[in-house]
Design a protein around this ligand. Structure first.
Ligand SMILES: NC(=O)c1ccc[n+]([C@@H]2O[C@H](COP(=O)([O-])OP(=O)(O)OC[C@H]3O[C@@H](n4cnc5c(N)ncnc54)[C@H](O)[C@@H]3O)[C@@H](O)[C@H]2O)c1
Length: 419
């Protein structure tokens, strides 16, 4: 079978470290024939690694999509505010699309994308990759088999991890609502998507509370300076020290996001000059650092979701309460238990946690996209299609609307009709 050919829009972290490696690992499935990326170092490195002809390397998605269709698919892995336009244009040109979540930072654009995918008869698969991970797929199977009866409640917690919080949501790309999107959309469309998918019900209404309590100037310790490298007198005792996170923790995922060449000298320079060396109490961040969302579904079932930046581990924990049994799990441990009331016993389910990104979800997601294109007949939209993903986005918009209205509940319909 011939490999699926693709154009990559945005050779940043996702493009370079998720989609690129997949194509290298499975060249019979996916081959990149063009790349669009304004950062010349990234563009050239990606072009060289994937043997892309120089005339098919572009400085922007606009240039790449100014020509006729040249491949089967487009992967949109630009930043959150640059999803709608390239995805719309690619659909018009007839490409199948992987679109990074969130679909858009505006509810009306999410709806337009879903309609456009249907109108043009193309796959538009949103990167809600957790659906494809063995852990969540395993939970979904147990629920679908009816083993725990009807779901009455789901509790899901997103433990963001204190260093990850500082990296992405205080100093990094997703720190500011106006520059990217509220954290409930940027980070937790995954979680709201899982809840929607597991519940398999229409969400009726939503309420939410949350705020930015800690990463604010009025919380800055005495003696702290505007950068960790400015001789800050509390740097050694600060858990959010950029020197600790980027130079001492030895966590490549963080360092390679702040410089294309993560040697200690370049990292230190990036901390002195760039956004990632800023004191966490003196950034231009405004997204919340903790939030809860309550959801009510059409059949009366309910879900609650908690996100917090103040956790040791990066982990998702879940409890699903059915009329005949219960499931409790921890994704990062790759383990869940099913307790069936009638049998009076627990079944343990353990998954391999050495998988690639997102508990294996990233690679299974891309494989599934390739398979869907090969079998495409307009009937099957894929597990994480735009229509499947729309509800979780609307829940996120409704949650943010509620949070800003002091927790007042909103019908999901209100974010569609703008009431
Ligand atoms: N599915 C997931 O689990 C998951 C995980 C992380 C990030 N994301 C999403 O993936 C997207 C990309 O995230 P990232 O971490 O790779 O970001 P990134 O900033 O590392 O990469 C984006 C790239 O787009 C490039 N770019 C900017 N303008 C462009 C243009 N006009 N044309 C083409 N490229 C352009 C940037 O230079 C950058 O290299 C975001 O929307 C993010 O929310 C999804």
């Amino acid at each position: 079978m011939k490999p699926i050919t693709a154009v990559l829009l945005g050779a940043g972290s996702r493009g370079n470290f998720i989609y690129g490696p997949f194509a290298k690992k499975y060249p019979n499935d996916l081959v990149f024939v063009a790349v669009a990326e304004p950062d010349s170092q990234r563009r050239e490195a990606f072009g060289t690694l994937h043997n892309i002809a120089t005339e098919q390397t572009f400085a922007s998605w606009e240039e790449a999509l100014a020509q006729e269709k040249i491949a089967d698919a487009v992967i949109v892995s630009t930043q959150d505010r640059m999803h709608f336009e390239p995805a719309m244009k690619a659909l018009e040109l007839g490409y199948h699309i992987i679109l990074e979540k969130p679909m858009s930072t505006f509810s009306d654009e999410c709806i337009l994308l879903e309609e456009a995918a249907r109108k043009h008869g193309r796959l538009l698969m949103v990167s809600h990759v957790l659906r494809y991970s063995p852990f969540w797929a395993g939970i979904k199977d147990i629920i679908s088999e009816g083993k725990i009866g009807q779901i009455t409640s789901i509790q899901l917690t997103e433990n963001i991890g204190y260093q990850h919080m500082a990296h992405s949501y205080v100093r990094g790309h997703w720190r500011n609502n106006a520059l990217s999107s509220p954290i409930i959309l940027a980070k937790s469309s995954h979680d709201l998507d899982l809840i929607s998918w597991l519940m398999d019900q229409k969400c009726k209404r939503v309420s939410s509370f949350g705020s930015l309590m800690h990463f604010r100037e009025d919380q800055a310790p005495i003696g702290s300076t505007s950068r960790c490298t400015d001789g800050c007198s509390v740097e050694r005792s600060c858990p959010y020290s950029a020197i600790k996170i980027y130079l001492e923790t030895n966590e490549p995922d963080y360092a390679r996001n702040i410089t294309n060449d993560p040697t200690p000298e370049h990292i230190l320079q990036a901390l002195k000059d760039g956004p990632y060396g800023r004191c966490v109490y003196r950034c231009d961040n405004d997204v919340v650092d903790h939030q809860i969302v309550n959801m009510e579904f059409e059949n009366g079932s309910v879900a609650s979701f908690t996100l917090s930046g103040f956790t040791r581990h990066i982990a998702r924990t879940v409890q699903i309460m059915g009329t005949h049994g219960e499931i409790k799990g921890n994704m990062e441990e790759g383990r869940f238990q099913t307790y069936l009331f009638s049998a009076g016993q627990s079944l343990e389910h353990q998954f391999d946690i050495t998988h690639d990104g997102h508990g294996g979800g990233d690679n299974y997601f891309i494989s599934s996209f390739v398979k869907e294109i090969r079998l495409y007949d307009r009937k099957n939209e894929g597990l994480s299609s735009a229509s499947a993903s729309l509800q979780s986005h609307l829940i996120a918009f409704a949650a943010e609307k509620s949070r800003l209205a002091s927790g007042m509940p909103f019908e999901l319909q209100s974010v569609i009709s703008g009431t």
